[in-house]
Ligand binder design. Structure first.
Ligand code: FE2
Ligand code: FE2
Length: 270
C-alpha cells in the first residue's frame, strides 16, 4: 500500500471515521481537519474613528533668552586701618636759624657797567612819545603840502612823466589820511583840517624834481622817528607803509632826474 492510501498517513481519509461526517473522516493525526471546520463569523468592522483634527500650527520658535549678566561681586568692605602700635610722636618745631654772622669786611656792590649812549636818544618809549606826536602833526601838514606840490610839478612834467608823478601824489593823499588816523587814535583828538597853502612853483621841472627828492629824504627821517614810538601793531603797520612809500618816491624821483638829464639843467645854486 502506497503511503498515499494509508489511512494513518496524515491527510488521507480514515475509513474508521467515515460515519462521523462532522469529523470529515480524517485521521486524528491529520492536522488538516482544521481546514474543514466552519470559520466563525467575522465580527463587524468597528465604526471608523472620526478623522484626526488637524495638527495646530507649530509655535514659533522661542528666541533664546539672553544670558543673565554676571552679578557683580560683592564689594568687600575696606579693612579698618590698623591702629599704629606706636603712635607717632608729635612734631617738634624747628629751632630758629641762628642769625648770619656779620662779615667783618662786607663786599662792595659792583657798579653796573655803563654802556656808551647816543647823544640824542629818540629810540626809547615813552620818552620819545612827545616828539613823535609833534612829528605826526608836522607830517599831517607836510603830506598836505606834498599833494599840492606834486600837483604843481605834474603840470610842468613832460607827458611821459606825468603818470609817475600822479602816482606819487595819490600816495601822499593816502599818507595824510593814515597819519590823521594814527594821531587821533593815540591822542583822542582829531587834528583840525589843514587850510590850503600857497605853493611856489619851482624854477624848472628839474629843480622841482630835485626839491621833491630832498623832501622825500626828510620825510623818511621823520617817519622812522615816529615809528620808534609806536606801540600798537596797527600803527606800526601804517607807519611802515608810509615810510616805505617815501623810499619808493625817492627812487622814482631819481629815475625821473636821470631820464631828464637833470644834472645838466638844475640851477647852479642848488
Ligand atoms: Fe608822504
Ligand atoms: Fe612822499
Amino acid at each position: 500500500m502506497a503511503y498515499y492510501d494509508d489511512p494513518n498517513y496524515p491527510g488521507n481519509p480514515n475509513p474508521w471515521y467515515k460515519d462521523y461526517t462532522w469529523y470529515g473522516g480524517y485521521d486524528s493525526n491529520d492536522a488538516s481537519y482544521m481546514r474543514e471546520m466552519p470559520m466563525p463569523p467575522t465580527p463587524p468592522m468597528p465604526c471608523p474613528k472620526p478623522p484626526m483634527p488637524p495638527m495646530p500650527c507649530p509655535m514659533p520658535p522661542m528666541h533664546p533668552m539672553p544670558p543673565m549678566p554676571c552679578p557683580m561681586p560683592p564689594m568687600h568692605p575696606m579693612p579698618p586701618m590698623p591702629c599704629p602700635e606706636h603712635p607717632m610722636p608729635p612734631m617738634h618745631p624747628m629751632p630758629p636759624m641762628p642769625p648770619m654772622p656779620c662779615p667783618e669786611h662786607p663786599m662792595p656792590c659792583p657798579k653796573p657797567h655803563e654802556c656808551p649812549q647816543p647823544d640824542v636818544d629818540y629810540y626809547t618809549y615813552p620818552s620819545n612819545l612827545e616828539d613823535a606826536l609833534r612829528l605826526l602833526e608836522d607830517s599831517i601838514k607836510g603830506e598836505r603840502h606834498d599833494v599840492m606840490y606834486y600837483d604843481c610839478l605834474m603840470k610842468m612834467a613832460p607827458a611821459e612823466d606825468r603818470k609817475i608823478i600822479e602816482g606819487i601824489k595819490e600816495d601822499e593823499k593816502r599818507h595824510g589820511q593814515l597819519v590823521r588816523t594814527v594821531y587821533c587814535e593815540m591822542t583822542g583828538h582829531t587834528f583840525p583840517p589843514t587850510p590850503p597853502m600857497e605853493i611856489k612853483p619851482p624854477k624848472s621841472y628839474c629843480d622841482g624834481i630835485q626839491d621833491a627828492l630832498y623832501g622825500e629824504w626828510m620825510a623818511m627821517e621823520r617817519y622812522r622817528k615816529i615809528l620808534y614810538a609806536m606801540q600798537r601793531r596797527r600803527h606800526i603797520n601804517m607807519l611802515t607803509e608810509i615810510y616805505t612809500d617815501e623810499m619808493k618816491h625817492a627812487s622814482k624821483l631819481n629815475y625821473l632826474y636821470t631820464r631828464n638829464e637833470c644834472w645838466e639843467k638844475c640851477s647852479p645854486n642848488k
